[in-house]
Design a protein around this ligand. Structure first.
Ligand code: ATP
Length: 255
């Protein structure tokens, strides 16, 4: 499912400046897109607009050629899944119960998950590397472990578009590598992946295209190797950045 922003602007009621300004962007179906930008650039706001949680004051957002409000909440939940940066966990859910929440868009009101839902949730838990954790209470998990559960919940949703808000922030190198493998496998099966990140090297390893955001505006969008270059990154972060080639790919570092 393609995603298209047509001249989209959004301001928070209490915001001084628009969080998103005149966004024109086409994210083709089946791509892996990284969104890079400094703190406060608008990355999380951008993801919330895609999910329909925030409504633009100007312009429109199309998914599969149709405006977002064409889809019911249930249809949106079947097509789009989010792995949030963090989530407040208040109930003593087990890992399996929490991942089963990803099946909610497929259930009727008050309908309980059936055997197939449990099977899909168990497979998602296994893919996230959490086999054997089904009964563990999620209130006892570390930040990185909870992030893996959130990834499993999103996989259980079987979305067409997988959105991730700074997925690399809590993960160790081993789990980061595992996450990249999960996302590549999803993408090979036709799922579009869109993620925000503060780590240009994570973007360089995974993304086929990159959106550069600064103060609510897109200052660049294109193939990863054309966006992750010294001049553009130095401008983006307002600090000297150098890229070096290693083993056929870019490594980004501070000067
Ligand atoms: P970070 O990398 O620090 O997580 P971000 O790129 O995800 O930042 P957003 O969280 O989208 O940025 O915020 C964009 C702008 O909107 C920031 O200036 C922020 O202060 C502002 N903002 C975010 N949420 C609200 C809100 N609820 N009310 C008012 N302003 C907000």
């Amino acid at each position: 499912m393609d995603l298209e922003f047509q001249d989209v602007s959004f301001s928070y009621p209490a915001g001084k400046n628009p969080a998103i300004q005149s966004f024109n962007l086409l994210i083709p179906s089946g791509s892996i897109t990284a969104v890079l930008g400094p703190n406060g650039a608008g990355k999380t706001t951008f993801l919330s607009l895609i999910l329909g949680w925030l409504k633009p004051q100007a312009g429109r957002i199309l998914a599969g050629g149709k405006p977002l409000n064409f889809y019911s909440r249930r249809e949106m939940g079947q097509r789009l899944a989010l792995v949030p940066q963090r989530e407040q966990v208040t109930f003593e859910y087990s890992t399996l119960e929490y991942v089963l929440l990803g099946r909610a868009p497929y259930l009727m009101p008050l309908e309980l998950p059936d055997e197939e839902d449990c099977q899909i949730a168990s497979e998602a838990i296994a893919r996230a590397g959490l086999s054997g954790w089904e009964e563990r209470s999620i209130t006892t998990l570390s930040g990185g472990e909870l992030q893996l559960v959130l990834i499993a919940r999103a996989l259980a949703q079987q979305p067409e578009i997988l959105l991730l808000d700074e997925p690399s922030s809590h993960l160790d190198l081993g789990n980061l590598n595992h996450l990249m493998a999960i996302l590549r496998t999803q993408n090979a099966a036709g799922v579009s992946v869109i993620f925000s990140t503060h780590d240009p090297n994570f973007a360089a390893r995974l993304a086929d295209s990159v959106v550069l955001m600064q103060a609510g505006r897109i200052i660049g969008h294109g193939p990863t190797d054309e966006m992750l270059v010294d001049e553009k990154l130095t401008t983006l972060y307002n600090t000297p950045v150098k890229t070096i080639q290693y083993d056929g790919r870019q490594i980004v570092t501070l000067m």
